[in-house]
Design a protein around this ligand. Structure first.
Ligand code: SF4
Length: 121
């Protein structure tokens, strides 16, 4: 078993949490102040995920780009493939906040959604 030390990123308090793990199973968890932090630490050790943010090219819009993000977190080991797919997206204006610009990024089942509206020219 290995002891991992993490800083909880779920709120500004930033509790230091230690997790004992063999890489597949969770042992003792210490240092968290609330249930959310414990859940974060366990997930971070066993299957870490991240929300990816980027930009996508827009044709015929008032601006050439919109900001986008993965709708939920995706596995950390899929981030590079996710970025490569996002780089290939070209959408047409208008774009509304929440529009799905790609249904399933990098085989994760997670959509890419717009986070900034772009009106047509
Ligand atoms: S464990 Fe709870 S209180 Fe501590 S940083 Fe995480 S969310 Fe905040």
């Amino acid at each position: 078993m290995e002891k991992r030390e993490l800083t909880c990123i779920c709120c500004p308090r930033g509790c230091m949490i230690t997790v004992v793990t063999d890489g597949k199973n969770i042992g003792e968890v210490n240092g968290y102040t609330c249930r959310k932090g414990k859940e974060y630490a366990e997930k971070e050790v066993i299957s870490p995920v991240r929300t990816v943010t980027s930009t996508v090219r827009i044709l015929g819009g008032e601006r050439p780009l919109t900001s986008v993000k993965t709708k939920t977190g995706i596995p950390k080991d899929r981030i590079l493939a996710c970025m490569q797919q996002i780089n290939g997206i070209v959408a047409e204006a208008p774009v509304r906040i929440g529009d799905v610009l790609l249904e399933d990024v990098a085989g994760t089942g997670v959509p890419i959604v717009a986070t900034k509206a772009v009106r047509p020219l």
